[in-house]
Design a binder for this molecule. Sequence first.
Ligand SMILES: *Cc1c(COP(=O)(O)O)cnc(C)c1O
Length: 393
Amino acid sequence: MTARRVYADNAGTTALSKTALDAMMPYLTESYGNPSAIYSLGREAKKALEGARVKVAAAIGALPEEIYFTGSGTEADNWAIRGAAEKGSKKGKHIITSAIEHHAVSHTLEYLKKQGFEITMLPVDNLGRVSPDDLKNAIRDDTILITIMMANNEIGAIQPVTELGRLAREKGVPFHTDAVQAAGHIPIDVKAMNIDMMSIAGHKFRGPKGVGALYIKKGNYIPPLLYGGGQESKRRSSTENVAGIVGLAAALEEATANMAENMKRVSAMRDRLIAELLKIPFSRLTGDPVNRLPGTASFVFECVEGEAMILTLDNAGICASSGSACSSASLDPSHVLLAIGLAHEVAHGSVRLSISECTTDEDIDYIIATLPPIVEKLRAMSPLWEDRMNGKF
Ligand SMILES: *Cc1c(COP(=O)(O)O)cnc(C)c1O
């Protein structure tokens, strides 16, 4: 057997880029000052921090003072949603979301529901897209927040965010989008896309883990997340993760500079992967074939168990995922796959291969050569497959 390793779980996390690491190193070593300190070592760190803010803002069409660094994408989502709920609760308690949000959003909303908020969950079509008409019809006088993700982490479907944001703005309802999968991978302009708040996370675009950012449009959308020393314009106190923030900004700047080229090359590899793996009988692509993230190829293979696929692929050196990493501890099929209309037993056979600019054509060749025989082998052991072949369902 080869000792080859093919990393195809870039929607789960990515490898730190050399540029990001190099940018971080000084702040992990000699330049360790606290950005709040007024002596030169502190000012050096402060300068790096504010430089990072300028870079992040430039990458998404925001103003530097609209960028707030957080400890993760999850934290940014929680802050935006719980903050908007607190802020809006005098006006109303109605929140609109989609049926395919990441748990960082959906579990936050579940918590708010227990606190007395009313959640309208918009359905998606079989390609995983929210309809702007559905949003239009769902907005009420007491709606205080709309939170709909930009691109889905399991099936890569990209939402019509500009249109959704326009509808929200027409009605004066704050619009938050979880862009953790999208940032650094597809073009984003928060102004042109009518976004009021947006979450991103460094480790999904080759920055470090444990650092994210929330864009908050100028205005008074949400209260502070943390009280204390007054960092992040008094809205998210904590001594800043200077190295992490610098790494996030460097990675985002790099991803943005290379975006057009990466999108072209990565989506060509993705499409080859999709075309070849769909030759497997009783297989389906999940998500929108056109409006999808450049790196995300997601499938269901009938009569195989996604978890068994992942473990067998791992034995062959391929890192992949079955639905979202967060749900892999549970036996319930992913809420996203059910929302696009898949039957439970079909949804169980999901496999997500998410590639990046680090992926090579040889990696794709290897997956194409390795995965179909694994499906065949697992099906050969499956009593379900026998029934399927005998036309029992
Ligand atoms: C990964 C991810 C998150 C969570 O970000 P963390 O930085 O890992 O907390 C939230 N939303 C989406 C869509 C994601 O893909």
